[in-house]
Design a protein around this ligand. Structure first.
Ligand code: ASP
Length: 307
């Protein structure tokens, strides 16, 4: 099987002045993931490597630089899933880990459990060799300003603070990756800081199995971004991979998933899909989506256009 890596860095009305930073971040993540695959690494390795780079990049709503909670902290969620055996690792509401996708990898590799939250997740990560950091290390000034502006608008009763799912007003810079390796094994991962001014303890779709992420060699690998609550209610990741298993090609399944999100619940977002035969799908109903593709044929980046 020829390896493939498909990644995203959010779907929203990304302004022109944000494009270069997203392109650079996507390109760097593709290189890290592709180099894992070309060294003979697994699809899980590639997904973890690509997402780690995007978590470390302040541009994205994952790791350092994430949106702040209502009370001014960063709380991170991530999931990593191995399509060969369905082993999965999830963490949510972690505040002291620089790279939650690496904690998710530890859960996947080392725990009989699948999902850890809050201080229990941090303790598990620490016991397995990860450093705990201060939450302030994850906070950037841009996000303090953004939170203050949002909360001022909310206090003034501005309608765009009601999370109507508007594709233009709220950025969705969650990151994700899907990959297939030389052995034909699929993997998927998603990592996020969630939504702006979320209530402490809120968990979105990104780290929930079958919602913002899923991988199964018998169906497909998927990662989503967008307004999390509608995606969760529809268990949209599983919905999409099940369509691939039923014989739809991944592009049709991706398009149908985003249509379903919108017609059923008025949701907005983006999706990447990869089938076990290497066919890909990508769709979004936001003005832009940041994505990148690496294969033996080279690299492709897109923000203002579809695949
Ligand atoms: N889906 C994420 C969440 O609701 C946000 C995003 O994709 O930007 O937590």
């Amino acid at each position: 099987m020829k390896p493939i890596l498909l990644i995203h860095g959010g779907a929203w009305a990304m302004p022109d002045d944000a494009i270069a930073a997203h392109e650079n971040g996507i390109a760097a993540a593709l290189e890290a993931g592709w180099s894992a695959l070309s060294r003979g690494g697994s699809s899980v390795d590639a997904v973890e490597a690509a997402i780690t780079v995007m978590e470390d990049d302040d541009t994205f709503d994952a790791g350092r630089g994430s949106f702040l909670t209502r009370d001014g902290r960063v709380q991170l969620d991530a999931l990593l899933m191995n399509g060969a055996n369905l082993r999965s690792g999830g963490v949510a509401c972690v505040e002291r880990l620089r790279n939650p996708i690496q904690a998710a990898r530890l859960v996947l590799d080392k725990s009989p459990h699948v999902y850890f939250v809050g201080t229990g997740a941090e303790r598990f990560a620490r016991q397995n060799g990860m450093d705990l950091i201060d939450n302030t290390e994850l906070i950037v000034p841009r996000e303090r300003d953004r939170l203050m502006a949002f909360q001022r608008a909310e206090a003034a009763g501005h309608p765009d603070t009601t999370f109507s799912g508007s594709p233009t007003e709220h950025s969705h810079d969650t990151v994700g990756a899907v990959a297939i390796d030389a052995n034909g094994n699929l993997a998927a991962g998603t990592s996020t800081g969630g939504t702006l001014s979320k209530a402490p303890g809120r968990v979105g779709d990104s780290s929930l199995i079958g919602c913002g992420c899923y991988a199964d060699n018998l169906s497909a690998a998927v990662s989503l971004t967008g307004w999390g609550e509608p995606i969760m209610k529809l268990v949209l990741g599983k919905w999409a991979v099940d369509r691939v298993a039923a014989g739809h090609n991944p592009q049709d399944a991706a398009t149908a998933a985003i249509e379903y999100l919108h017609t059923r619940l008025g949701g907005h977002g983006g999706i990447i899909l990869l089938g076990p035969d290497g066919r890909i799908g990508l769709a979004h109903n936001t003005p832009r989506m940041a994505w990148g593709l690496a294969s033996h044929e080279g690299r492709q980046l897109g923000i203002t256009r579809n695949i």
